[in-house]
Design a protein around this ligand. Structure first.
Ligand SMILES: [Zn+2]
Length: 198
């Protein structure tokens, strides 16, 4: 089912005073998620953390799940580039490791084409690829980044809330919708470090 184009439009007007493209992208994609996306675990609203946290960007007041948002231009590809390898591994190994929301948008229309949720029990070190250290001539010589390798995920670990501008069948009709069955139990989970699927 095609989603309403107005709902897919990123609110570019709210970020006019940011000169940095990456900051603009962050502001408009976070705003879109707050407005239209719902917690894939329980269907309630997502809220931003007040201060920047190492990884997580959103949390759900109902089920306490935490979400990291990654946005990229174009479409979801085999992998996405992320930040420092060591901090990513530490975050994924923590008791409150986050779920991942991956948002892809068209740069000509500034509309969201895909919103993919990866439950935290699939957002694990085995899908993180360590990149080569930056060359000695680089400004941050020796720094090591990482990639999140989407193609290494099993199908059940990829929950498309929106795919190529359409809501997959079975997705909930609120906001972008969420296919709750892939996220396990619907009752609020307070478990830390546990799995939605167990
Ligand atoms: Zn929730």
């Amino acid at each position: 089912m095609s989603a309403d184009p107005d709902r897919l439009r990123l609110p570019t007007e709210i970020a006019g005073h940011y000169s940095s493209r990456s900051q603009r992208a962050r502001v408009i994609t976070e705003s879109w998620v707050r407005t239209w996306a719902f917690c894939p675990n329980c269907g309630h609203a997502l809220h931003s953390f007040e201060n920047n946290r190492p990884v997580a960007d959103f949390y759900c007041k109902t089920c306490s799940e935490e979400y990291e948002l990654k946005s990229k231009k174009g479409h979801v590809a085999r992998s996405i580039v992320d930040g420092a390898y060591t901090s990513m591994m530490a975050r994924l190994g923590a008791a409150n490791n986050p779920n991942l929301l991956l948002l892809a948008y068209d740069t000509d229309t500034y509309s969201v084409n895909t919103l993919l949720a990866i439950p935290k029990h699939f957002f694990v070190p085995s899908i993180i690829e360590r990149r080569r250290p930056l060359r000695p001539t680089a400004r941050r010589a020796g720094w090591i980044g990482c990639n999140i390798v989407i193609e290494n995920l099993p199908t059940i670990g990829k929950v498309f809330l929106l795919r190529d501008g359409s809501q997959p069948r079975g997705a909930r009709s609120c906001g972008t919708g969420a296919e709750l069955s892939s996220f396990g139990p619907r009752e609020p989970s307070k478990r830390r470090g546990g799995s939605w699927m167990s």
